[in-house]
Design a protein around this ligand. Sequence first.
Ligand code: IFM
Length: 791
Amino acid sequence: MTGSSLSGDGMPVEELDVLFELSPEEWLLRKKGYRKAAKAIQINETLLTTGNGYLNVRGSLEELPPGHCGGMYLAGIYDKSEADVEELVKCPMWTDVSVWHEGGKFCLSCCQALEHEQVLDMRKGILHRRTTFKNPHGKILTLETSRLVFMHDPHRGYMRVKITPRNFSGQIRVLSGLNGQVYNRGFFPREQYKHLQLERIERGRNFMYLEMKTRERGIRIALGASWKMVSGSAPMLRWEPRIYGEKLTSEITIDAARGHSYAFEKLAVVMTSRDVPEERSRSMMREAICNLRSYVRTGAPVEIGRHLDVWSELWKQADVRIDGDEAAQKAFRYNIYQLLINGPAKPGPIGAKFLSSEGYMGHVFWDTEIFILPFYIHNFPAMARNALMYRFNTLPGAIVNAEKSGCEGARFAWESATTGEDVTPRFASKLEKIIRFIYTGVEEEHIVSDVIYGVERYFRVTGDEGFLLHCGLEMVFLTARYWASRVTRVGERYEIHTVIGPDEFHEHVNNNAYTNWLVKWHLRLAAMLFKHVGKTAPEALRELEEKISLGDDEPARWLDISRCLKFTQNAETGLIEQFDGYFALKDHVIGRCDRSGHPVLPPGVTYRNIGRTQLIKQADVLLMMLLFPHSFSFEEKRANYDFYEPRTAHKSSLSHCTHAMMGLAVAERNNAYRYFMKTALFDLENLHDNTELGIHAASVGGSWQTVIHGFGGLLLKSDRIVLNPWLPKKWDRLAFRVKWRERTVHLDITHTEVLITIEAASEMTLPCTLYGKTYKICTNEPRTLSYCPPR
Ligand code: IFM
């Protein structure tokens, strides 16, 4: 790049170079070399996603080589059209750029890659790429790009492109596009669904505008972009905006000199009709172009500076230092990066694949409340609230679900999208690779209480009374009402029949222990809250009683069902039967793992007959014990861990983190570390061989919980901090901070000491229990506590 050239906004280009400087190696995810296989391309696209939780863009190469599965996803934008059920819509990306010379494109599918690397700078939320192509005619050209989605302004994106012809001079055409020809993957190979139709396509002096509309709900998605050359002294020979159907490009042709670099800049704005008030949504173009203009006026360096400031604040809160274990540190940082680029800035869904792909159709599962939410609760409570507000806002859909299943109250959907009505697909080709009916939407009902578990955990840590009174309570009561109408009376007790527990290998079972335990807890919580709020906020309770026509006898009935709901545990062994009749099934244990460490099913067991065995897909009873750590003794946990762990096939990404944390709870510490590393590397090492379909968000959230709640041993109660840390041998230090009711707790843990500081606006003392011994901690005064870790 030439020295002192100026960008179109009068900003020195060097300023950008400084902003784009790579962070130290520990913050970088490097993907070197190029493999043509579609799967390899798509895995990188998933891993290198950038975003801000409103709009995320897969890390696709700008020229979109054959086999790519590029896409941009916008939080909460679903559409059904011809698909079986509503799905997250793949939107046009604004990052398309390609470089041409003598009619040929520099593309990795047709050129030799003399060098190729993509580098994700996790600290800055920037994706860099450097490729040197040699085309079939021997022409060598280097392409460098840096791109990002702004964290401070979720509607904007930026990309800088630099080209350097290495061994030739001549005309080079640099195309930048917005492409409305995007499709979601269909159910069958090669099947595609088109969810967007063209609404408007315009070009102007230095801008491109594309407006698409979702076919069913008519949500308009507007993309505006400016594309220009910002440095290099080559004469620009031509600038041609072109429209081809649903696609437009802005094409700049330059007369390039060998060895010289030329830089271009793309500024993009994305908004939907949901982001602007109804009366203005008709003139989306005006909204988008005004936004783009003001963005151009401010200029990229200023915007990038703001973006970096926000990232630095995010990491200040969320970073976790693991000293002594570089591999764990780096993998774990990547997981935090994923959580940061998916935090909902507005009330909205967090899907099981985050916004990294249309895998699982972008649907929201229990993964959100049980696995992902704790990170936000402890770091960014406002984002946690936004995730829970999605559930509150979709209560009407949950009411419809309950009605459809012949019950009262509200039933959160197993898979949820726009309205909260169940969108679980009816068929899938599951593990057994045949098309089969999916029962989870009908039977996997523990989700109803999982959501409430998330509400309770949020309230316990944040103390957000406003949310509890105005949203949480209604969720708790309506779902309690659901269970009261769902249970079956059998003699003196209640049972829950025909469900699927977290272990999805066994369908149509009665009295799944996990489900029943959660329902017991849920109904008791509902009755207790009714009593408590009746005293502390009677007015709010009265309003709610009226709103949902709460019957006088309902809370008492909840309590009665809670007490009498079946839950059995062997008094002698402490073992809990996963569901009625489970112990009578054919006993098998996992005897061996394959070369990648995946459990291998015993001879004769297939995914078709596995339901007749005791093998389970993922933690079920153990997860229940993890969620209610104080309800079970060490011996009970140990007995169940010893029984269930060897019978678990870990065919779900949710399983390993649970085993890591339970391993710590039962002194299986080496196992715990092994399970933790699997969780932390789940996508980075493509452990389930499907990372191309998106990030396993539950595993990401689970790795955070394993470090903080597991190794860090932290539990925040409403009135005290509980700590039971244990660090793996090679960890010298674990340091992090969490938010706790308007306070920030800093923890710096070694093998023998905990340095704790509770940062708060006022001076007070707060109890902290470390391995059973309680200390009074004065706020704003660092305090070192010694401990002797268990061996
Ligand atoms: O919610 C999970 C489920 O527990 C196992 N199958 C995948 C779902 C989405 O991650």
